[in-house]
Ligand binder design. Structure first.
Ligand code: HEM
Length: 442
């Protein structure tokens, strides 16, 4: 892990121009970024413009980018100039995670992980997604308001577990039980500096370590079972794929590396999608015209408007407001700005999505803005460049199938309830009341 406090922030910089600096004490900026991110970044954008510098614990001196064209330049920058943000989520997933890798190792791992996240493989998951949606919604109450966020989390966790491990079984039941409380804790801890002293068994760090021991125990057992499986060569699940993979020198990935990568996919792959689906219900309840159009199209077997709705959801209620890079070159020039070595570059995805030139009347939830057009390059809910979310197509199909299945079986009540507030869970932004809806079976 890079110690960001070692960056020589006092070193003289000879830039073309340095970005304007938010002048607040570092701890205050840290609290604002951690607890009031949307409000902080939106107000700083208004005051300082689309590129400004902050100084926060954990990420150190950072430049926040809110302009769509400049964000694109960051995403497309050479990996010789910008590497993954330091520290990053490999803190919670482990050093075998794709988040920990850069340069050639990153390219090799991405290539290895690509097959299950493309084309036909994703098409094959549709059945699993539909099954899990029907299973979860079979117990939904009728005529009584309930939150959809937790049910959506259960669906997406079950889907990713089955995709990663191929089959169902008692081990998966155990993982199903331990992952949700871990995910909640890990989200809160992801950007908390580690204390310099030893922490107890019942401290959050102790609980994280205990989870990791339990997770590895189960995954190592599943790995051994898979290694003994005579059908391993034919299996298409991600565990089998990682087990069959070889580095250039012919060595296989270690069990610990495989466990780290599987945890990465389970962790990165379910809450994000579930949070967007929670927002779908929150939005549809308050937008009867959009809902009516979706139902009509669904009944007629179409999908274009549903796709536009998913794109608009991810813009209007962006769940991950952060894609980060670390300047590893002596400096990085971004438009008129020069960003020194050692700085973090943060793309504020929420601010990019609220850009009125790219998305007129950005506050309005209106899927029609994406009907019959190509998605603009300013739409970046999955980040971009070589680190663009590996699960983007997977998440899209998952959201599509869940919505399609729910709309086929349920009528969603609409009303003019006030919008749910945006709640920050540490990594994802979710509807504060959990995406409350009232439904009836059709
Ligand atoms: C709506 C759902 C999702 C959203 C909004 C989302 C968003 C993101 C974002 C913003 C990034 C950072 C990209 C960058 O730095 O440029 C990312 C990376 C990543 N996501 Fe997702 N994601 C979603 C679903 C998924 C799913 C379903 C999976 C896996 C099954 C997944 C796995 C990953 C991985 C492994 C990375 C790291 C990629 C790398 O560093 O090379 N995500 N995601």
């Amino acid at each position: 892990m890079t110690d960001t406090t070692t960056i020589d922030t006092e070193a003289p910089v000879t830039p073309a121009k340095t970005p304007p600096v938010v002048r607040l004490p570092k701890p205050v900026q840290g609290v604002l970024l951690a607890g009031f991110r949307r409000w902080f970044l939106r107000n700083a954008l208004k005051r300082y413009g689309p590129v400004f510098a902050i100084n926060v614990p954990f990420f150190g001196r950072s430049v926040v980018v809110s302009d769509p064209a400049l964000a694109r330049r960051v995403f497309l920058a050479s990996t010789d100039d910008l590497i993954n943000v330091q520290p990053n989520l490999s803190r919670v997933f482990g050093s075998g995670s794709v988040f920990a890798l850069d340069h050639k190792e990153h390219r090799v791992r991405r290539k290895l992980l690509a097959p299950p996240f493309h084309g036909q493989s994703i098409k094959n998951y549709e059945k699993v997604i539909e099954e899990e949606t029907l299973r979860e919604t079979s117990t939904w109450p009728e005529g009584r308001e309930f939150p959809t966020l937790e049910p959506m989390n259960r669906i997406t966790l079950n889907v990713i577990l089955r995709t990663v491990f191929g089959a169902d079984g008692s081990e998966l039941d155990y993982l199903r039980e331990i992952i949700p409380p871990w995910a909640k804790l890990a989200s809160r801890m992801a950007t908390l500096p580690e204390p310099p002293f030893r922490t107890g068994r019942y401290s959050p760090w102790g609980r994280m370590a205990e989870f990791r021991r339990n997770f590895d125990r189960v995954v190592f057992a599943l790995i051994e079972k898979a290694e003994a499986d005579p059908r391993l060569e034919d299996r298409t699940d991600i565990l089998a794929l990682l087990l069959r993979s070889r580095y250039e020198d012919g060595t296989p990935m270690s069990h610990q590396e495989i466990s780290d990568e599987l945890l990465t996919l389970l962790g990165a792959g379910h809450e994000t999608t579930a949070s967007t689906l929670g927002w779908a219900f929150e939005r549809l309840r308050r937008h009867p015209g959009v809902l009516a159009e979706l139902v009509k199209e669904n009944d007629e077997g179409g999908s274009e408007f549903r796709q536009a709705t998913i794109v608009e959801l991810q813009r209007n209620r962006t769940v991950i407001d952060f894609a980060g890079r670390h300047v590893s070159a002596p400096y990085f020039d971004l438009g008129e700005w020069r960003i020194p070595h050692g700085y973090t570059v943060m793309i504020s995805i929420g601010n990019v999505h609220a850009n009125a030139e790219a998305f007129p009347a950005p506050e309005r939830f209106d899927p029609n803005r994406f009907v019959g057009t190509r998605t603009p390059t300013a739409w970046v809910p999955f980040g971009g460049g070589t680190r663009r979310c590996i699960g983007a197509a997977f998440a899209n199909v998952e959201m599509d199938v869940v919505l399609r299945t729910v709309l086929r079986h349920f009528v969603i009540e609409t009303d003019d309830a006030p919008e749910e507030k945006i709640h920050f869970r540490g990594i994802a932004f979710t509807p504060k009341d959990g995406g409350l809806v009232t439904v009836h079976r059709r």
